[in-house]
Design a protein around this ligand. Sequence first.
Ligand code: AHR
Length: 318
Amino acid sequence: LFANVSCTPQESEPEKDIIIGFSQSGIESSWRKRHTESILSALKSDGYQVMYRNGMMQQSQQIQDIRAFIAYKVDMIVFTPISHTGWDAVLKEAKQANIPVILVDRDITIDDTSLFTSHIGPNFKAEGNRAGIYASSCFTSEEKSEVNILEVSGNADSYGSILRHSGFDETIRNRSNITLTIKETLYGNYTRTMGEELMRNYIKEKNIKEIDIIYSHNDEMTLGILDALDAVDIKPGKDIKIITIDGQNDVIKELKKGRVNCVVECNPDAGPYLISAIERYFKYQEDGSNKEIPREIYMTETVFSDKGDLDAIPPRNY
Ligand code: AHR
């Protein structure tokens, strides 16, 4: 759907003399597709000229794409870092070329934090906390004193995975009277195929019967996990509680069927937040005030679970 394209705004929009280079990390999920759509449509309808590149889940490709933006002398670079380290050199090049950088979705770990202006994203730590709160409430101490959890994480080196793990882990430790333990963490790549493969292998090699809860870091992997559980006649949502993150339409349907217990929303609609940040950035440049836009901009998110009113879940657009 989204090839590597350069696009100009529709004719009805007043075109701005500002070019934004947007490097997306990949195409691994419906969530990602919506994230891309939200950003591209917001930029275009606000009149920005856009150079879009998709890194196809390769950091080396993203670095090459960002270098192409620098060579093209875009006015701003927006990018979703596939992994959290390894951006120092290319961001130094952007700084030397006086091109501001905004991170969307995932954050990075970098010594020189002046190499980017702002990060606009979901609050991954809070998502992990919310998943942990649900996990902690699944059983009473009369039902179980020990609860075993299988965690299916995204890429080990993505910022989201790190924080979704730590937010979850710190929350489950607070539960009194019950010990919740992450028996094992499996690492996938946020795709359905990988979720299914990891789960099939786990069922083959380990004792799935001792697992009470599966905490999956994204909906796409969850769909694969459900496929693998169906194949061996384990009833997801009943035999094993399923907690997942994102809020894709197809997983909300599974929640309504009772096959998923809790969906922690991850908001993909970054477009309006990005536009507001870009507008302020260029306004402060123009008026000479040199004010800074916030370093950290979090998007609103919520939780849907079988403990809430499932009919009240707003329609999904991803
Ligand atoms: O970084 C956000 C995560 O990446 C979303 O949860 C997931 O679906 C995507 O692949």
